[in-house]
Design a protein around this ligand. Sequence first.
Ligand SMILES: Cc1cc2nc3c(=O)[nH]c(=O)nc-3n(C[C@H](O)[C@H](O)[C@H](O)COP(=O)(O)O)c2cc1C
Length: 188
Amino acid sequence: MKLYEVGLCNGINEVIGITEGKWLNTAPLGIIVDDEDSDTAKLRLYKSHTRENIEKGSILWVNVNFDPLIFVISAFEDLSREFFESLNPPILKDTISWAKFDAELRGNFAELHMLEGEVIRSNIRAVNRGFNSLIEALVHATRYRISTRRELKEKIFYYGELVSKCGGKREKEAYRLLLEYTGLSSDL
Ligand SMILES: Cc1cc2nc3c(=O)[nH]c(=O)nc-3n(C[C@H](O)[C@H](O)[C@H](O)COP(=O)(O)O)c2cc1C
């Protein structure tokens, strides 16, 4: 099976990564694909539970999913059982496709080899700037959690305005949660 067949295309693919530790750990991750026509990819891994689990030998499951709430919650905590439609393999509700990767850590990167994968839905979806902006705000929010720099806060608010303008109800709810997690709700 090739990466493009599960929707992982050349460039960086923002997905939900699931690893096994004490419980299923969930986190947004960027899968780096150089050749979508192959079954290998890589992942830059900063210090996190995901990295710890991979270090201990966990498989990496990837879910292609467009739920903004799933992105925000999994960035700050682990998703509870009710977010999953299956635990074996781990598939989150409304996931479009999933893939199972063998992951080998080499320095700051994990080398990924796809073992299996499946497309389980074929929902079509137009590009939504609100969703895209939510993802941008979230990337900055995960950095802001580590270092509360002013420029990060400004970027979060900049993308937040686009979420308000272009997003749907779920993107707006996800952004509200993002502000709560980062302690920025009162700065508005
Ligand atoms: C869209 C997006 C992509 C991300 N990509 C990565 C990544 O490729 N590698 C990484 O180490 N962290 C990445 N992060 C940050 C992690 O999701 C974040 O540190 C998370 O809290 C880790 O959770 P964990 O400790 O449960 O593994 C990304 C965050 C977002 C919002």
